[in-house]
Unconditional design. Structure first.
Length: 75
């Protein structure tokens, strides 16, 4: 990234992360604005590229379907 090469990570829940990219994306729970701390740190160097984190819709959709069914059948 310091050499100006953008990095994109995509997959299930990459913003929150599980391993090396833990908390790579911070989300404001009130207005859902997103901050990528690494981009903020590197923004002082104008040559640095950006880190893009793309959460997979598959996980979000799967979770919603699970919760809908859980609530429906738990009554």
């Amino acid at each position: 990234m310091k050499d100006g090469i953008d990095v994109r990570i995509s997959g299930q829940d990459v913003g929150r992360g599980t391993f090396s990219q833990r908390h790579a994306m911070l989300v404001n729970q009130k207005d859902e604005s997103v901050v990528v701390p690494l981009n903020e740190i590197l923004s002082v160097d104008r040559k640095a590229a950006k880190l893009e984190l793309a959460n997979s819709m598959a996980f979000s959709l799967g979770l919603r379907v699970f919760l809908m069914n859980f609530l429906r059948f738990s009554e």
